[in-house]
Ligand binder design. Structure first.
Ligand code: ZN
Length: 321
């Protein structure tokens, strides 16, 4: 199926009805034919003729005798259990992946025509799909900047996210720490953490940065124990310009700081409040937006659709978990 669009109009023309959307999702998720979501069998399933308003939806029943369960391509995907048409889901993915700064649930509800509660859930599920499914080690191509910031909290504490050299940890107040790693010219990764002590930072770095890489940080003391596996450069912020020169090379943490300001602008401008429980989803969304910055709207849309079977989050899990 040839898939291309430049405008919302073309997008809506392409996904003209439910059947088209189902067939499209099948072609993206079942590249070798239908897979039973209950038992994993790829044996050709029986084709079921659904009735009523579902009559155009491609439906199957597993042909394994021990299984014998009905399914569609939506079963076990993040679209399962939702009464919202697939077409509206696709429109929501379009809206979220083509907007530069993110979109609020209220705005999304108006654009695709669902209730705000439904829109909120869709927004969260789609954000989850935006998560990078195959993270790689940073630092194999260029230096990595590591830094932490604090997000959220009440208005009166906003000024407290100003950093104090060597002791940011003390100024967190009611904010949630987020640790970030960014490869210069490459990808960013974010981690919502309980604290920013040396053990936490070291674990994140060891798990995600290639051995032997150059790591640039500020003078926060938790970074002072970065192991010998790395070449650690400390940038002193009081040196004006935030740049440290060593052997003719300039080192800085400007890329990660720029990323934090984007994240915070999004937080203040679009979401107004990010609960600590959901903060990692917002961070993932912003990180993915950044990591896919050079890709087209089409590939961002496809990135989300192809991740649709990674995890099923229910409203219950989102609100109570
Ligand atoms: Zn089965």
């Amino acid at each position: 199926m040839e898939f291309t669009f430049k405008t919302l109009h073309q997008f809506n023309d392409f996904f003209k009805d439910e059947k088209t959307c189902y067939q499209f999702l099948e072609s993206e998720l079942w590249t070798d034919g239908p897979v039973c979501p209950h038992c994993g069998s790829m044996k050709k399933p029986y084709i079921v003729k659904p009735r009523g308003k579902f009559k155009d939806i491609p439906s199957y029943r597993c042909s394994e005798r021990v299984c014998d369960l009905p399914f569609t391509v939506r079963t076990n995907s993040i679209f399962e259990g939702s009464k919202v048409e697939l077409r509206k889901w696709f429109q929501a993915i379009y809206e979220i992946t083509t907007s530069k700064k993110g979109i609020s649930s209220m705005e999304l509800a108006t654009r695709i025509g669902v209730s705000q509660k439904t829109s909120w859930l869709m927004n969260h599920k789609i954000r989850n799909m935006l998560a990078d499914t195959a993270p790689e080690l940073l630092g194999e191509n260029d230096m990595v900047q590591a830094d932490e910031t604090y997000v959220g909290g009440k208005n009166k504490n906003r000024h407290k996210n100003k950093k104090i050299e060597g002791s940011q940890g003390r100024s967190a107040a009611d904010k949630t720490p987020v640790v970030g790693l960014i490869e210069k010219g490459g990808k960013v990764m974010t981690f919502v953490t309980q604290n920013t002590d040396a053990d936490t930072l070291n674990e994140i770095i060891n798990n995600n940065v290639a051995e032997g890489a150059t790591i640039v940080t500020d003078a926060y003391r938790s970074y002072s124990t970065i192991g010998n596996a790395y070449h650690h450069i400390t940038v002193k912020h009081e040196n004006g310009g935030y740049i440290t020169e060593q052997n003719g090379h300039k080192f800085h943490t400007q890329n990660i700081e720029n990323f934090w300001s984007q994240l915070k602008r999004g937080y203040v401008g679009i979401y107004h409040y990010m609960s600590p429980k959901h903060l990692h989803r917002y961070c993932n969304e912003f990180a993915t937006r950044y990591n896919l910055r050079d890709t087209s709207n089409i590939s961002r849309f496809l990135h989300v659709v192809r991740n649709a079977d990674i995890e099923r989050i229910t409203y219950k899990k989102l609100t109570k978990g």
